[in-house]
Ligand binder design. Structure first.
Ligand code: TA6
Length: 290
């Protein structure tokens, strides 16, 4: 179903037969909401989010392309999240399992003449967002080099998970991995010990992570399972108190109810030759946990 927000920007609402739902904005191709069959919102969106271009909405799952972060000539996290996408009526087929029994929408982003002046590479970015019968949310990005010279990009699904209390959260699946610490000039460290817990600002790119990461929300007795393919890294970010106060589109206390765990390709940018296509898949699910 296609609706419009108060700025007239189209949003697509997907629902499954159990009443779970996903809302995707054509602005940025951004998932803004993912609710379970009890109507509980599973993604975080700031109460101070700005739903007005050119600001990306602070929450949901912004798409960071063709540049993650501020390393490079483009705006922070690239331009894809600040562009209006279109609904792709006849996308190249995906595997039947990506459609059967799912509610889904296909979006398309292609560079305008203006865009090509900023980033002179002819690409097609096809995004499929789907909601499965059991409430899983899947995002599949297919980025193709449309017969121009080879280009490289970095990428992230900037996923804002809604959690009950950051001090009661732990992440499993990142133990022993090396990470680049954005708070220490991106220096490389190695994760010690067992699960990751949070007592201060964290802004790290975990390298060559396994394809499954679990985020335990102790208070709500539930675990987010983040599965990914084609996305070797995991970005973990919580701004904590000081950084929160410096963001106009973020409440001072909201760091306690969110955690970004982003499937990403950051350390080793992806290079596409003419005609080549890259696929990056993210699957989010929630399971009860003791
Ligand atoms: O997720 C890591 C990060 O690069 C942080 O450094 C922080 O800047 C965050 O992304 C949010 O970026 P944004 O441009 O959306 O404010």
């Amino acid at each position: 179903e296609v609706v419009k927000d108060k700025h007239g920007i189209q949003q697509v609402v997907l629902q499954n037969h159990r009443g779970a739902s996903v809302r995707v904005s054509l602005y940025g191709g951004q998932v803004l909401s993912w609710r379970n069959d009890r109507g509980e919102e599973l993604l975080f969106t700031s109460s101070k989010a700005i739903f007005k271009p050119p600001k990306a909405v602070r929450g949901g799952i912004p798409i960071c392309f063709p540049q993650f972060g501020n390393r490079g000539s483009l705006e922070q996290h690239g331009f894809a999240r600040n562009k209006v996408w279109v609904i792709d009526k006849n996308p190249p087929p995906l595997h039947p399992n990506d459609s059967i029994g799912k509610a889904y929408i296909d979006l398309l982003l292609k560079p305008s003449e203006e865009d090509l002046k900023i980033w002179p590479h002819s690409f097609e970015f096809r995004l499929r967002v789907s909601l499965a019968a059991d409430g899983y949310l899947t995002l599949i990005s297919r980025i193709r080099n449309i017969n121009c010279k080879p280009f490289s990009f970095s990428f992230a699904y900037h996923t804002y998970l809604s959690i009950s209390d950051i001090s009661e959260v732990r992440i499993e699946g990142l133990e022993t991995l090396d990470y680049l610490d954005n708070l220490c000039q991106k220096e490389r460290f190695t994760e010690q010990g067992d699960a990751l817990t949070f007592e201060a600002e964290v802004d790290r790119v975990y390298l060559s992570s396994s394809d499954v990461v679990a985020v335990f929300d102790h208070e709500r007795k539930r675990t987010f399972i983040v599965r990914k393919e084609g996305l070797p890294d995991v970005v973990v970010w919580n701004p904590w108190e000081k950084k929160s106060k410096s963001m106009v589109d973020f409440g001072d206390e909201e760091y306690k109810q969110m955690l970004c765990v982003n499937g990403a390709a950051v350390e080793k940018p992806i290079t596409l030759k003419p005609g080549e296509e890259w696929t990056g898949r993210l699957e989010l699910s929630v399971v009860p946990s003791s």
